[in-house]
Design a protein around this ligand. Structure first.
Ligand code: AMP
Length: 397
């Protein structure tokens, strides 16, 4: 049994169901240019409509400061109708007389998209009067927007205190995957943390060290750990001022019996650009002019051998400057190994975070991972062990 409520537990027939979705999609020339986020929430919308609910969609779009025609959800509602293959009505406001009239017109099975919730300042303030105005439009609230669950806004959290609250299908899939990966994983459990800087991932590293059996550190942030161990890192990206913090993390790992895997060799170049002349060196032979841009082949082998002996993997952050060929090599090779083990049923692999998703897509392996979360901030906060307000409000009490 999941520890949160799903709309399997609700009678939605003839009910006005407010569904919080994330329709913050990329647009080009006034048209939606990528419908991935719409496709993710379509199953919830269609299932509710098929069960005879009156489906009312709520979402933010961009970061408007008040009403802004450039941030209207109207073109997104058009794209939504294409994706679900049914009419989607639109109302020019998400509260008040306009919204109320549009909701009153809805028939069971009908779908209505309300205008951008952030046109009202009460949304981000989780203002009580604004929550009440939204709540007036529905009988039930379904949250299907994990990507904004780290925000306690009116439509992502406040409504959960006013109306019976349930997770939608995409929220459910995300929570199931994340629970399987970090809360109740099959062990041994490994994590990969890469990316640019230690400073942006301190909480994440601290939480993981306490939870995982093996922590593999790559990317620019590994340089800070290498420097903390007294190694020369040349011109590499490195936060020398965080050497003490890096040593504390390593000490915490020792006391928690968390095995730490750092690179043993590196691909170095003298300029930060694609196809810059490069060589492979052991991490204790980096010269003053060198810049570490990727992990080397022995390190890749080591990481892959760890993957072969663990049951679960959580991954955030690339092993190197993956946007620049051939410095994507380490990330691509590890990603391929993880995808193969997953496809063979030997590994549960969950990855997330903007750059990580881009790296896995570029490696062509994302569809062979158990789950790839596209929720940037919410995914990171979850990896940091923080409670997400939009999820907490769905928990069974
Ligand atoms: P993050 O957003 O923290 O996950 O960092 C991702 C960024 O880290 C990407 O843009 C990578 O190019 C960058 N990165 C990873 N490894 C290195 C490295 N060794 N040197 C410089 N940048 C790196």
């Amino acid at each position: 049994m999941p520890s949160f409520r799903t709309f399997d537990q609700a009678d939605v027939l003839n009910k006005r169901v407010l569904v919080r979705v994330d329709l913050n999609v990329p647009m080009e020339g006034g048209k939606v240019s990528d419908t991935t986020r719409i496709e993710r929430v379509a199953p919830t919308i269609l299932e509710l409509a098929d069960k005879g609910a009156k489906v009312i969609l709520l979402s933010h779009f961009g970061r408007p400061k008040g009403r802004d025609p450039k941030r209207s959800l109207k073109p997104v509602a058009v794209a939504m109708a294409d994706v679900v293959g049914r009419p989607v009505a639109f109302a020019d406001d998400c509260i008040g007389a306009t919204a109320e009239a549009a909701v009153a017109k809805l028939k069971p099975g009908g779908i209505l998209c309300l205008e951008n919730t952030r046109f009202h300042l009460g949304e981000e303030k989780n203002d009580r009067a604004f929550v009440d105005a939204l709540a007036k439009l529905g009988d039930i609230w379904v949250n299907d927007a994990f990507s904004v669950a780290h925000r306690a806004h009116a439509s992502t959290e406040g409504l959960g205190h006013k109306l019976p609250a349930y997770a939608g299908r995409s929220m459910q899939a995300e929570l199931d995957a994340l629970t399987k990966a970090l809360e109740a994983p099959e062990r041994p459990l490994a994590a990969i943390v890469g990316g640019a800087k230690v400073s942006t991932k301190l909480d994440l590293l601290g939480n993981l060290v306490a939870k995982v059996n093996v922590l593999m550190i790559g990317g620019g942030m590994a340089n800070t750990f290498l420097a903390a161990q007294g190694k020369a890192v040349g011109k590499s990206l490195c936060e020398h001022n965080l050497a003490g913090t890096a040593r504390e993390i390593l000490d915490k790992a020792t006391s928690r019996r968390c095995e730490i895997v750092l690179p043993v060799d590196a691909v170095v170049a003298q300029t930060f650009e694609a196809h810059a002349p490069s060589r492979v060196v052991p991490v204790d032979a980096v010269e003053a002019d060198d810049m570490i841009l990727d992990i080397g082949p022995t390190s890749v082998e080591h990481v892959v051998s760890v993957l072969a002996r663990v049951k679960t993997l959580v991954w955030n952050g690339p092993f190197g400057a993956f946007e620049l060929e051939p410095f994507d090599n380490g990330t691509v090779e590890v990603a391929e190994a993880a995808a193969e083990l997953t496809a063979a049923g030997k590994l549960v692999s969950v990855a997330g975070g903007g750059d990580t998703v881009a790296a896995l897509n570029a490696a062509g392996v994302a569809d062979r991972f158990t789950y790839v979360s596209t929720a940037g901030g919410a995914f990171l906060e979850w990896m940091e062990g923080k409670a997400l307000p939009g999820v907490e409000v769905l928990r069974t009490r």
